[in-house]
Design a protein around this ligand. Sequence first.
Ligand SMILES: *[C@@H]1O[C@H](CO)[C@@H](O)[C@H](O)[C@H]1NC(C)=O
Length: 329
Amino acid sequence: MRFHLGLLAICSVLVVASGSSRNLPIISFDEGYSQLFGDENLMVLEDGKSVHLSLDERTGSGFVSHDLYLHGFFSASIKLPADYTAGVVVAFYMSNGDMHEKNHDELDFEFLGNIRGKDWRIQTNVYGNGSTSVGREERYGLWFDPSEDFHHYSILWTENQITFYVDNVPIREIKRTEAMGGDFPSKPMSLYATIWDGSNWATNGGRYRVNYKYAPYITQFSDLVLHGCAVDPIEQSSTCDLPPNSESILTGITPDQLSKMENFRKKHMQYSYCYDRTRYKVPPSECAINPQEAERLRGFDPVTFGGGRRHHGKRHRRSRSSRAEASAI
Ligand SMILES: *[C@@H]1O[C@H](CO)[C@@H](O)[C@H](O)[C@H]1NC(C)=O
């Protein structure tokens, strides 16, 4: 009973007007989250709202939201570890993998460290109902050094659309299509943040491993926003959803935001499954192919994105490494 009242209260204040995290309540760590692993490598700061996660030779660390959420806006301000960070992975993601081992849903931001500190890359990925054989990764560079300052990373998830934001700039939008079926995440998920040793795949497919000479690697989280419909993990019976009028607000990003997204992708996208002809002869149905993006990626890597002569050795190698990356969380 307590659960139903709580649910009502949460849903009645749910107004997701845009991808901005401004004016959304920032809750304290203890209110919204618990430690997932890592002993004292998780440290809550004095304000009760900021958290340090660190990785050293003993362990990484992480936290998870108390509740599962069906749709909403999820955001954190994150500062990544500086300097040499090869093999270090910081992940900010939603998942229900612990409850649905075979048919889980997942929405990921993954930050992949580098030998030259500031060249962090971000990867986003989506799984629905256990679609782990269909990788939907994209990778991007950034227009700033993410280890120098805090930046906002946000996930907006509604019934028909998923948008990833960096500093309120949409960088990726996935619109649900009929053909996606269960591949579009549709079951309640928890929010996670972790730091871990991804030596085997994170940096140049595992060529550069974590060097613990530079440990501890510390990543900082603040401005944690959990703005969704909380669902009881046991009952799972909620029909709670975004209020009817927000759906119309959320059917598309604004023209201004769209051009920002296109600019970002034209400049910073380094990999997208939608353009990877060695994996998908025909792009999956949700892919909106942009000729300029295609052109740029072809210039980057003619074999993967070209659709020209196929080299089988390369193909095999790439699909293996993609799978490794895909199953890394
Ligand atoms: C999800 O997967 C389960 C089992 O694999 C299947 O029974 C169910 O129909 C799928 N749901 C959707 C929405 O595709």
